[in-house]
Design a protein around this ligand. Structure first.
Ligand code: TXA
Ligand code: MG
Length: 341
């Protein structure tokens, strides 16, 4: 099929009407959000979710996040909105936070992956909210990458993965956060962080008090274990190359790479650290600036494929703040392969 590419830079652009119409009629549109680009379809129609899974090549037991543009759209999607959920939404919506609650019958099984719960988020990106408004229905939207590939943070990434597979791609430039939303489940007690993102654990505890961090955030799930968040059990964010994370000082890192390099070796480090390395280097942000790392990590992982890297030695990010999200994505890209020097 032919995919239309629409450049939209403001929430009052006339072209948003067209995108809304396509979505209302059951079409699929890749839309910008502040986190990553999403592959959106009508969240109230099971067959739209099926088309999304098909376009991504995604297993259909992996549930989709439902995106809303106003608080009124939330209540019909869930059994009830507890005070804790309301407090979280008041604090962080619109923004990069996804809240899981028991679902209502309005949410099709295809969207929830047959789970009794639904994940909902109100994106901070104004163009995203204008598109949801224009569609007039909540939108189911996973990240707009092919399943297993790094999430897309620019329209170019989306075009690389989705051109010819969906009706329209909205190009609004680069995503400001760069990693997917924080996912927290309030369907369990205490609340459980399932995926770290732009809203940090510290920000969540400031509203909720105690939270638990799911083991899958840091560790590989044991073979056959049930994932609280089904997305955690799939190989994720991985470039074609073998990625090894190196926990060490910069000097030790440089020494290790130089000693163990071969043809096709690439170093993935922080800006300004290329000196002393004789292999090709890609960077992802600045060392003590997790926001800059979050913004660039997925682009860096995609570029590793473009330069046909075969083996990648990567610097390990700190786990502070949004750095936890960067660590979580990178450790998956590395298949949990970490060497401590
Ligand atoms: O920032 C984001 O959240 C982006 C943008 C487009 O909004 N979306 C996104 O969706 O990352 P996706 O489908 O790529 O990731 C959703 C994650 C998956 O790991 C999925 O398993 C989990 O959320 N999830 C969704 N619904 C769930 C539920 N009811 N229970 C547990 N996990 C759920
Ligand atoms: Mg995804």
């Amino acid at each position: 099929m032919e995919t239309r590419i629409l450049k939209i830079d403001a929430p009052d652009d006339e072209k948003i009407k067209l995108v809304g119409e396509i979505l209302r009629e059951g079409g699929l549109a890749a839309i910008p959000t502040e986190t990553v680009y999403g592959l959106a379809g009508n969240a109230l129609r099971g067959e739209c979710a099926k088309r999304i899974f098909e376009a991504k090549g995604r297993p259909s037991d992996n549930p989709l996040i439902v995106h809303i543009s106003s608080f009124d759209e939330w209540a019909p999607l869930v059994k009830e909105i507890p005070e804790t959920a309301k407090a979280l939404a008041d604090a962080f919506w619109p923004g990069p936070l996804t809240i899981i609650l028991p679902k209502s019958d309005l949410v099709p099984d295809e969207v929830s992956g047959k789970l009794p719960t639904v994940a909902v988020r109100m994106p901070g990106n104004e163009i995203a909210r204008a598109i949801i408004d224009s569609a007039g229905v909540p939108l189911a939207a996973p990240s707009a990458n092919l399943s297993g590939k790094p999430s897309p943070t620019s329209a170019k990434h989306v075009i690389d993965d989705m051109n010819g597979k969906i009706d329209v791609i909205v190009d609004s430039g680069e995503c400001t956060v760069g990693v997917e939303s924080t996912v927290i489940s309030l369907a369990v007690n205490p609340p459980r962080l399932l995926r770290p993102g732009g809203i940090t654990p510290e920000m969540l505890t400031s509203v909720l008090g105690e939270i638990e961090i799911d083991d899958a955030v840091f560790n590989k799930l044991p073979e056959g274990a049930e994932a609280a968040s089904p997305g955690m059990k799939y190989k994720h964010y991985a470039p074609a190359a073998q990625v090894v994370l190196i926990k060490s000082s910069l000097t030790e890192f440089v020494g290790y790479v130089e000693k163990n390099k071969s043809d096709g070796t690439v170093a993935l480090c922080f800006e300004g650290e290329e000196k002393g390395l004789t292999v090709p280097c890609l960077t992802y942000g600045r060392k003590n600036d997790p926001s800059s790392q979050a913004k660039q990590i997925f682009d860096a992982l995609r570029r590793l494929d473009e330069i046909k890297a075969e083996k990648v030695f990567a610097r390990l990010p700190e786990k502070d703040g949004v750095g936890l999200a960067v660590f979580n994505r990178l450790i998956r890209a590395a298949g949990f392969n970490v060497i401590e020097l």
